[in-house]
Design a protein around this ligand. Structure first.
Ligand code: K2U
Ligand code: ZN
Length: 172
């Protein structure tokens, strides 16, 4: 397993539409393990493959990292089959959008289909943080960041802040 660096916005690679996985094999499972390790290292609870520069339709999430218990779940080629009209608002952050937090409204309940790390089709009914996080990660697979859901003004302020922080990191 390897800890991979996480891309931070602005970065055109984060805007890529990720490609479907055509084989759930050992190579993909190594990528999933690297994603999980990179997510834990960054104190995240979710990560999309595109965030480590791999535009494949693969997500890992672990919402219950209680007292060191790690239970990473892989979602390969996830599809949302149904979403409630009712919305739920959460304050979101993102490992690729450092130091920016804001409220995003998304469908409160969803039904999704995906392949697990053995390539078996699974169905998921989710609400609460699980529904929000999965939708946030699936946005990544479409090249969409949570700041793209904010008002034009808030998004431009966020992008200016991110550009300045990236310049400072790169020039030291
Ligand atoms: O894409 C991501 O970075 C996933 C988010 C998970 C998440 C986003 C929105 C709502 C719920 C969960 C991160 O893994 S967790 C949030 C975070 C952001 C920055 C630093 C640490 C944790
Ligand atoms: Zn994110």
């Amino acid at each position: 397993m390897a800890i991979r660096s996480i891309l931070t916005a602005p970065d055109p690679r984060l805007k890529a539409v990720s490609t479907p996985v055509d084989a759930v094999d050992d190579g993909l499972r190594r990528l999933i393990d690297d994603m999980a390790e990179s997510m834990y290292e960054a104190d995240g609870i979710g990560l999309a493959a595109v965030q480590i520069g791999e535009p494949k339709r693969v997500i890992v999430m672990d919402l219950d990292q209680k007292s060191g218990q790690k239970n990473p779940r892989a979602f390969i080629n996830p599809k949302i089959l149904w979403a409630s009209e009712e919305l739920a608002t959460f304050e979101e952050g993102c490992l690729s959008v450092p130091e920016i937090w804001d409220e995003v409204a998304r469908p409160a309940r969803i039904k999704a289909e995906y392949l697990d790390r053995e390539g078996i089709t699974q169905l998921l009914e989710a609400d609460g943080l699980l529904a929000t996080c999965l939708q946030h990660e699936m946005d990544h697979l479409q090249g969409v960041l949570f700041i793209d859901h904010l008002s034009k003004l808030k998004r431009s302020i966020a992008l200016r802040k991110l550009q300045k922080a990236k310049r400072l990191r790169e020039t030291g």
